[in-house]
Write a protein that binds this ligand. Structure first.
Ligand SMILES: [Zn+2]
Length: 204
């Protein structure tokens, strides 16, 4: 005999939209990720799991110590994010810089990783992947010749080579991260690329 559907459940008042399904934290997958990160040549330390609030946490997180290039402002990040960032830095960034700018990148500037806040800082919106230490914001690149390329100034700037470089590293990000948002996504991303390893999928 069919049962009546349960009444719709109301979510917590602070979260307006349901989060996409997220696979449960998996210890075996985490060990595999740490091995992959080491195989990619990253030096890192594993961090103890931390839960900050009812929503914000750092589970299965690492701190990158050396991925072959300094990346400023990096804090704790989940292992899959650290692994994707290591590969993107090593493979995509250097290749694009040599192809479009004829100089290697010597430093990447980030706006950081962990931040306990809703998406786009909109009150009531779903928790940002930054709140789970699962996102990084990349703002600029310093070249060996001293030149500095930033998302803010160069995405739509006058130099076609710099524009092509930024589009190349943005698109390469789309092959390694789950979600990539840049200046074409919305005005909030006019000055950085947002990369995350959440359950969503976007390349904008
Ligand atoms: Zn972000």
């Amino acid at each position: 005999m069919p049962q009546a559907a349960p009444p719709p459940r109301r979510g917590p008042a602070s979260i307006a939209q349901p989060a996409p399904a997220r696979p449960a934290y998996d210890a075996a997958a985490h060990r595999q990720c740490l091995a992959s990160l080491a195989a990619d040549g990253a030096r890192f330390e594993s961090l103890p799991d931390r839960v900050y609030t009812s929503q914000c946490s750092a589970l299965g997180a690492v701190r990158l110590l050396d991925i072959g290039m300094p990346v400023t402002n990096l804090g704790q990040m989940t292992c899959p994010l650290a692994d994707a960032l290591t590969r993107w830095t090593r493979d995509a960034t250097q290749k694009a810089a040599l192809a479009w700018l004829s100089a290697p990148v010597v430093r990447i500037e980030s706006f950081g990783t962990y931040s306990c806040r809703p998406i786009n800082n909109v009150a009531g919106a779903r928790l940002s992947e930054h709140g789970l230490s699962n996102a990084v914001d990349i703002a600029g690149f310093v070249l060996a010749n001293g030149r500095r390329i930033t998302v803010l100034d160069d995405w739509n700037g006058p130099d076609a080579y710099a524009r092509n470089f930024l589009r190349a590293v943005h698109d390469a990000g789309c092959r390694r991260f789950q979600v990539v948002l840049g200046p074409d996504a919305n005005a909030l991303h006019r000055n950085h690329f947002h990369f995350d390893m959440g359950p969503g999928r976007a390349c904008r």
